[in-house]
Design a binder for this molecule. Structure first.
Ligand SMILES: Nc1ncnc2c1ncn2[C@@H]1O[C@H](COP(=O)(O)OP(=O)(O)OP(=O)(O)O)[C@@H](O)[C@H]1O
Ligand SMILES: [Mg+2]
Length: 163
């Protein structure tokens, strides 16, 4: 069975609160890849996580600039690969630098870059269930994240889906 935690969010604020609860579990070098349809709440999730990481600045969608940096308790990188045509473009953009151990990196449309991700990463899938309802699925990739997911489960327990 995949190591997962499934949460239910009923508003953008709640998605941010779930993400904020994840933040204390994040360490420099971590990669969080977000998948989910347009408007599912990937950017909303990063906004909450960044707040939890001490970012005071407003986090906006990096769709048109591809990557934005923020300074929090740790440096935060927010990447959106939606507009990239292929993986080569991402590599040319300096993808290797995204793997710098100093950053916590959030990648929207992470499933598009699965092949480039290191062994250890946290997947966050946003699933639209209705106008305001979303499922937030945390999925551990790699042994280390497999262990760390227990902490994520604890922190997000109050939003855990009933089924
Ligand atoms: N429970 C919820 N969680 C998150 N967003 C929600 C929720 N309910 C409604 N929304 C709305 O859905 C939209 C989510 O937008 P957001 O930019 O975060 O999505 P996204 O997945 O990053 O989209 P894109 O693929 O365009 O980058 C916002 O307009 C937000 O108000
Ligand atoms: Mg977005």
């Amino acid at each position: 069975m995949a190591a997962e935690q499934i949460c239910v969010s009923r508003s953008p604020e709640e998605t941010q609160a779930i993400a904020e609860a994840l933040a204390p579990a994040l360490l420099p070098g971590d990669i969080v890849a977000l998948s989910g349809d347009l408007g599912a709440g990937k950017t909303a999730f990063v906004q909450g996580a960044a707040r939890g990481l001490g970012v005071k600045e407003r986090v906006t969608s990096p769709t048109f600039v591809i990557v934005r940096e923020y300074q929090g308790r740790v440096p935060v990188l927010h990447v959106d690969v939606y507009r990239l045509g292929n993986l080569r473009e991402l590599v040319e953009l300096g993808y290797e630098e995204f793997l710098d151990p100093a950053w916590v990196v959030f990648i929207e449309w992470g499933d598009a870059v699965d092949a480039l991700l290191p062994d250890e990463w946290l997947e966050v899938e946003l699933r639209r269930e209705g106008d305001e309802e979303r499922r937030v699925v945390f999925r551990a990739h790699g042994r280390e994240w497999g262990r760390r997911l227990a902490g994520v489960r604890e922190r997000t327990a109050s939003w855990k889906a009933a089924v």
